[in-house]
Write a protein that binds this ligand. Sequence first.
Ligand code: NDP
Ligand code: 2IT
Length: 420
Amino acid sequence: MSSYVNDVIERTKEKNPAQPEFIQAVSEVLYSIEPALNIHPEYKDAALLERIVEPERVVMFRVPWVDDSGKVHVNRGYRVQFNSALGPYKGGLRLHPSVNLSIIKFLGFEQIFKNSLTTLPMGGGKGGCDFDPKGKSDAEVMRFCQSFMSELFRHIGADTDVPAGDIGTGAREIGYMYGQYKKLKNEFVGVLTGKGISFGGSLARTQATGFGLIYFVQEYLKTQKDSFDGKRVCISGSGNVAIYAAQKAQDLGAKVVTMSDSTGWINDEDGIDIELMKQIKEVERGRVSDYAKQRSNCKYQDGRGVWSVKCDIALPCATQNELLIDDAKDLAKNGCKVVAEGANMPTTLDATEFLQSAGIIFIPGKASNAGGVATSGLEMSQNSERLSWTFEQVNQKLQGIMRNIFEAADSAAMMAQGIV
Ligand code: NDP
Ligand code: 2IT
């Protein structure tokens, strides 16, 4: 390891002592770009790494809201405006009780590189709140979102910072937030993406991250003269990314045999019934255990266990650090050939190293899940020109972007291994 990379990582640890996820994300990136640093000594002279690990701006704020019984709650909101070198800050808003500064900074840091891979003019940012939308009424979620935006609105803008969805933030939350932004600013502009189709949203944004993940893996399989047809696929999570990855994989002939949520996981040997899963997760806001009850050949278990099921392709699509070293060993033992990240940093560093040393193709989320933010970039373009493109137009552009990212990643990986 070069002393420059080592020094920057050590100083980042000293300055951010209680931020393990952020340190993990920084370490992963800095170790992997060493070959480029070795041939560009001028990067060190310009203190490029020191600059890139320090966010341009961090905003932390109080979010008070009133529940249906009249009780007042106070949550903590965040927006990390990490890097605007390429365009307005761009990245999602996570609503989950685990949210803290370390998690938002790791996500914002990764977003810089992911957004640059799309080649669209977007900087990197991320935000969120330790609010848990699960189990809340629509009215409670609305009051929370309005309070959250009552502070966030002064920090964002269509040419400044454009938030979107992430864990816990879907079309409902974006709708409440956009309504509040519009009321406060009196401007109908593309300041959030993932909006409803009737007020400026883009067709195919809902599907984009999951579809994009499958398009990326499909490009890899093509280089092996292979396809999804007949493959067994294990997916974790059952949210936006997981559902549309499962749908596209099965459309291409694969069988998706697992999904999960934070309570438990299912093994459906008949392949996931996508329409039933959508009904339970998107409409009823239910659990994967509810799905299992309605399927004759489906087993449900509490806890985690998706990676113990035999598969050709594994797609972690839930959250960070959900694929651990023992899971990587199980996947290798069961003959898995490809692990592609739908979530952000779902694979721990030691599990990643194990997969790579076992000859399993490992595709990092910064490349493979970039379809979501890429389509957000396409939503921004449509908002700016005040036009809406068809589903097929957006989907084709998404496919083209994922193909280009695959080619860029493939040639960089070959170069790093000295193959070309
Ligand atoms: P959703 O909120 O729609 O779904 C999240 C899924 O992951 C749910 O099944 C949830 O289960 C599960 N999950 C969340 N947190 C945990 C946890 N701590 N432990 C176990 N399971 C958990 O989110 P998305 O599908 O949008 O996001 C999934 C991942 O993909 C995240 O890492 C996100 O950052 C990333 N991503 C999302 C993009 C997007 O466009 N939405 C784009 C690129 C990446 P439960 O319902 O029980 O909480
Ligand atoms: O992690 C991500 O790339 C997202 N949550 C999507 C961000 C976006 O701006 O669409």
